[in-house]
Ligand binder design. Sequence first.
Ligand SMILES: C[S@@+](CC[C@H](N)C(=O)[O-])C[C@H]1O[C@@H](n2cnc3c(N)ncnc32)[C@H](O)[C@@H]1O
Length: 236
Amino acid sequence: MSDYTNMSGYYDLIMTSGYYDYKKIVDGLLMNGPVHDVLEIGCGTGLILEELAKRQHNITIMGIDLTQAMLDIAQQRLLTFSSVKLEQQNITQMSLNQKFDFSFSYGGVWYFVNDGDQEPFLVSHISDHAANVAGFSKLANHMKDRSKLLLGIQGPHFDYAKPISNGMVYSQKIEPNGHGFIKHYYLDDGDRRLMSQTIDYRTYKFEEACDMLGVHGFEFHKKTPTNQQFLVFQKK
Ligand SMILES: C[S@@+](CC[C@H](N)C(=O)[O-])C[C@H]1O[C@@H](n2cnc3c(N)ncnc32)[C@H](O)[C@@H]1O
C-alpha cells in the first residue's frame, strides 16, 4: 500500500521547496480544458486543488486519496472553497455517486516519466497488476463518455540529497526491482532523521499502459508537446 502518513507532516514543506511547480501544473490542466466536474486521483494535501479552485470558479472539484493524514491537511487548506469536496478512497475500490468529465493524477496514483528519447513509461503507486486494472476499471465507471483523463509527466527519478527551504535535507534513493522500483524518501535535520517512507512502485512500458487504459475505454488523445505537463487520454 502507498500510504503517505509518515511523510504527511512534511509533505508541503518538501513539495513547495521546488519539488513540484503547482502553478505550472495547473497551467497544464487548464490548457486541456474546458473543465466542469473534476476529479483528482491521489490529491494528497490539496496543493493542486487549491491552485485550481482559486483560478476556476464555475467548476465542481472532488479530490480522493488513500491517506487520511494527507486529506486532513487538504481539508484545512480547502476549507474556504465550497466547490471542493474530499473523500478518503482507494482508487482500486472507488465508489462515488458522481460522474466526471475531467480527471487527472499528477504524482498521485499514476503518472508518466519521460526518460530522454525513449517513450514515456507509466509509474503506479499500486504495485500489484490486478489492482491497477481494478483502479482503471473503477475510474472508467466514474467518467462520462468523451471525458478526459490527464496523467502528469515527470522527469526520471534518481538518487540525490538537497537542502530544502528551512535548511533540512531531503533525500531519495531508488532501487529497481522486478516490477518497477522501490523509492525511499528521507528528511533529515542535521543528524536527526525526521521522516522516512518507502513506496513500492510498478512501472509499465508506454504500449502496455495504453493497452491497459484502452481496455477501459481510454485512448491516447494526441502527441503531447514536450513542454506540456500531462499526457491526455479520452474516454470513448
Ligand atoms: C506524491 S502524492 C501526490 C499528491 C498531489 N497530487 C500533489 O501533487 O501534491 C501521492 C498521493 O497518492 C495517494 N495514493 C497512493 N495510492 C493511492 C490509491 N491507491 N488510491 C488513492 N490515493 C492513493 C497517496 O496517499 C498520496 O497522497
